[in-house]
Design a protein around this ligand. Sequence first.
Ligand SMILES: *Cc1c(COP(=O)(O)O)cnc(C)c1O
Length: 239
Amino acid sequence: MTDRRTELADNLTRVEERISSACAAVGRERQEVTLVVVTKTYPASDVRLLAELGVRHVAENRDQDAAPKAAECADLPLTWHFVGQLQTNKVRSVVSYADVVHSVDRIRLVTVLSAAAVRADRELDCLIQVALDAESGERGDRGGVAPDGVGALADALAGAEALRPAGLMTVAPLAGPFAGRPRAAFDRLMEISTGLRADHPAANMVSAGMSADLDDAVAAGATHVRVGSAVLGVRPRLG
Ligand SMILES: *Cc1c(COP(=O)(O)O)cnc(C)c1O
């Protein structure tokens, strides 16, 4: 094995152990949690190694980087997740490779995503990004809708052609009442998820937890964890 392959394999083993033990601690089955490896800032060659090591879900947050990488890796059996703030002028490109969009946070984006998906003859799973630190009716600094905007967005997704309301996503807030309390943040997300599923039973994905707090997310009930640096290493630049 190459050094990089060994490094990625070792890191994956450690992340796998964290997910397994977090599941075991709360009596969840390991299969209830999907590992999504966030490959942003890392090259397509790493994505290829990850696929060889059994990874099936990868995520990116910038279309400029993701589009060429996804094209280079089109032969691999991967599901691509888009997890970054999404500008409407990038939607057409994102829809060409992404299977899941985690960052739906405004009605306008639903409209544009739906039109692009119809045109590309694709079906997209859409997660609503919740900003747990946003005030009523507002969006957060890092994207996401305030919790009281989730219902309207879910209804819009359910009514949009070629889109499915698939669940919720959050990033543990750095400010506000949940700062430094990822477990409390993820518990709150689960409450919002319960409310969402009352109206949209199939919208049962809960995307929460990154390298630093995936254990808390799994304990709270996350179905998808988005892990970057714990698998690939600390990123050389902000991304
Ligand atoms: C970068 C990123 C991650 C992964 O973060 P790590 O701390 O490297 O695990 C997860 N989710 C989103 C939305 C990201 O942008």
